[in-house]
Design a protein around this ligand. Structure first.
Ligand SMILES: [Zn+2]
Length: 330
C-alpha cells in the first residue's frame, strides 16, 4: 500500500563556493521552487511513534566507545578493517544483513582501496540489493588520516556511526518497519590532503551514488548524519537539505523539545549527501554538528570525552521522529 503522495520541493539551490575548510562550506542561492515533486512513502509498515523513545543514547555511546577503542580508522588501515568487522558482527546480531562495496579510486596520494558497508533488515527478497528501501540513512565510518597525529575521530564520525547501529537495534524490534531503511557506512569521506575538493574526499559516497543509478529503484530520500555527538554545540540543518525535510526536522525537534539545539544553517556544508543530490538526484537531509566551532575538530582532541550519550540520544530520536512523521497517516 502506498500513502497519498508526499510533496517535496526539489532542491533548486545553486551552490557557490564561498569557503573551503576540511568540510567545505558553500553559500547557496535558492531560486523560486518549481512545481513540487511528489514522493510516495509506504504506509504498510510505518515507523511507530513508540520507537522514538526506545532509542538509547547509552547504547549508541557504547558503540562509539568500542569503535574509538579500535584506534584511527583511515581507509585501508587495520583500524578500518576492524571497524568494518565490528559493525558486521553487531548488525548481524540484531538481525541485519550487510554487504561490502569495495572499490579502488585514484587519490592525491595514489590509488586507495575503499570499502562502504551497506545494511538492510530483510534483503532476502532482493538478493542483489537492487531494489531500494524508501529511506537511506548514512554516516561516514573513516577517520581523517593526519600524519603524525593520533586522530581517533570519536565525534567525527564515530558518533553518527554509533547512532546508526542503535537505530538498527530499535527498528529491528518493530519487524517490517525496519524494512523501510537501508543503512550506509561510507568510507573515504575525509580528504587525503587537508581539504575536501572535487577530486579529494567523498570517495565512498561518490561511488555509492553512482551505483544507486544502476539499481532497479532508488531510495525516496536520504538522511546523512555527521559529527553529532557533542551536546555543547548545536546540530545544524544544512541549507541544501530538501525544504520539506527541513520542515519535518524543525517540527520533529519542537515535538522533542530540542529545537534550541537543532538549528537551520544558512549555508550548504560539503559532506556525503552532496553526491546523493548531484549524482543520484535524491532529496536529502543533512544534519551535522557545528564542527566549525569545535576547537578539537580534526585535532587529536577528538576523543570519547567530547561525545555524550545525551547528544546521541537527541540525534537518534530526532531521526526516528522524522521517519515517523514521514510514514504516519497523512
Ligand atoms: Zn572530518
Amino acid at each position: 500500500m502506498i500513502n497519498p503522495a508526499r510533496f517535496l520541493r526539489p532542491a533548486s539551490c545553486v551552490l557557490i563556493l564561498a569557503l573551503i575548510t576540511g568540510i567545505g562550506i558553500f553559500l547557496s542561492a535558492c531560486g523560486d521552487d518549481p512545481d513540487p515533486a511528489p514522493i510516495a512513502v509506504p504506509a504498510s509498515a510505518p515507523i511507530p511513534a513508540e520507537a522514538v523513545s526506545q532509542f538509547s543514547g547509552k547504547q549508541a555511546f557504547a558503540h562509539v566507545k568500542n569503535l574509538t577503542d579500535l584506534g584511527p580508522r583511515p581507509p585501508e588501515s587495520e583500524g578500518y578493517r576492524q571497524a568494518l568487522a565490528y559493525l558486521e558482527k553487531e548488525l548481524a546480531a540484531l538481525g541485519w544483513k550487510t554487504t561490502r562495496q569495495t572499490f579502488k579510486a585514484p587519490t592525491p596520494v595514489g590509488p586507495v582501496e575503499f570499502t562502504n558497508l551497506l545494511a538492510r533488515y530483510s534483503p532476502n527478497e532482493d538478493p542483489d540489493w537492487t531494489v531500494s528501501p524508501p529511506f537511506l540513512i548514512g554516516s561516514h565510518l573513516d577517520t581523517k588520516r593526519i600524519p603524525g597525529m593520533l586522530f581517533l575521530g570519536a565525534n567525527d564520525s564515530g558518533s553518527s556511526t554509533g547512532v546508526l547501529v542503535e537505530l538498527a537495534r530499535v527498528l529491528s524490534a518493530h519487524g517490517k518497519a525496519a524494512d523501510n531503511l537501508e543503512l550506509i557506512f561510507f568510507d573515504g569521506e575525509e580528504a587525503m590532503l587537508e581539504n575536501i575538493t572535487t577530486r579529494d574526499g567523498l570517495y565512498g559516497s561518490r561511488y555509492f551514488a553512482g551505483q544507486l543509478n544502476a539499481r532497479k529503484s532508488k531510495p525516496k530520500l536520504g538522511i546523512v548524519l555527521d559529527i553529532v555527538g557533542d551536546k555543547n554545540y548545536p546540530l545544524l540543518i544544512g541549507n541544501d537539505s530538501h525544504q520539506n525535510l527541513q520542515d519535518h526536522t524543525r517540527a520533529a525537534s519542537q515535538k522533542l523539545g530540542i529545537d534550541s539545539w537543532v538549528r537551520s544553517h544558512p549555508n550548504s556544508i560539503v559532506d556525503d549527501h552532496i553526491p546523493l543530490i548531484n549524482r543520484a538526484n535524491l532529496p536529502v537531509l543533512h544534519l551535522i554538528g557545528a564542527f566549525m566551532h569545535m576547537p578539537y575538530w580534526h585535532q587529536a582532541g577528538d576523543t570519547l570525552d567530547k561525545v555524550s550519550p545525551e547528544a546521541l540520544e537527541r540525534t537518534g530520536r530526532l531521526t526516528l521522529q522524522i521517519l515517523h512523521q514521514l510514514t504516519a497517516d497523512q
